[in-house]
Design a protein around this ligand. Structure first.
Ligand code: RP5
Length: 164
C-alpha cells in the first residue's frame, strides 16, 4: 500500500496533526510524519515533495498556520494529491491559514479541509488510496454505515421524546 506523508510547519501544529495520525492508524494506512516549514526549511520541504512519488507516497497532508504556504509549496513540487490543513495558531483564529491554503492558482491544486480539520484530511487521503484498494474502500463504507446507525439511534430517541 502507498504511504501518506504528513508534513507540519512546526511541532506546535502537532496537537492538531495527531488527529490525522490517529485516523490513519485506525485504517491501517502507513504514514511518515515530518516537520518541514515552507519558510524556515524551504529546501527540506521542496526535497521531500520532489522525491515523494518515487519514495512510495500516494498522498501528502500538509498542516500549517498563520501565512500557511506549506501545502502550496509542497504541491508546487509534486503531482501527488496534496491535502492542506489550515491550523488555528494565530490571533486571526486560522482564517489567515485557511485563505493562504485554499486560494491556490489554477494548475497547482490543494484540497483544503476545514480549519483544524485533521481527521477529514486523513479520511480524504484514505479515500484517495481506496480508489485502487478494495479493502480500504470496504473499511470506509463500513465506517459510514456505523456513523449513520449512530445518528438514526439519536433520531429515534429525540423522536420518541418530543413527537406525539
Ligand atoms: C506556521 O507558523 C506553523 O505551521 C505554525 O502553525 C505557526 C507557528 O509556528 P511556531 O512559531 O509555533 O513554530 O509556520
Amino acid at each position: 500500500m502507498k504511504k501518506v506523508g504528513i508534513i507540519m510547519g512546526s511541532d506546535s501544529d502537532l496537537p492538531v496533526v495527531e488527529k490525522a495520525i490517529d485516523k490513519l492508524k485506525e485504517y491501517g494506512v502507513p504514514y511518515e510524519v515530518h516537520v518541514y516549514s515552507a519558510h524556515r526549511t524551504p529546501e527540506q520541504s521542496a526535497e521531500f515533495s520532489r522525491t515523494a512519488r518515487e519514495g512510495g507516497f500516494g498522498a501528502i497532508i500538509a498542516a500549517a498556520g498563520k501565512a500557511a504556504h506549506l501545502a502550496g509549496a509542497i504541491a508546487a513540487n509534486t503531482t501527488l494529491p496534496v491535502i492542506g490543513i489550515p491550523v488555528k495558531s494565530s490571533t486571526l483564529d486560522g482564517l489567515d491559514a485557511l485563505l493562504s491554503t485554499v486560494q491556490m492558482p489554477t494548475g497547482i491544486p490543494v484540497a483544503t479541509v476545514a480549519i483544524d480539520g485533521a481527521a477529514n484530511a486523513a479520511l480524504l487521503a484514505v479515500e484517495i488510496l481506496a480508489v485502487s484498494d478494495e479493502g480500504l474502500a470496504d473499511k470506509l463504507s463500513k465506517a459510514r454505515a456505523a456513523e449513520s446507525a449512530k445518528v438514526l439511534e439519536k433520531n429515534a430517541a429525540v423522536e420518541a421524546k418530543f413527537n406525539q
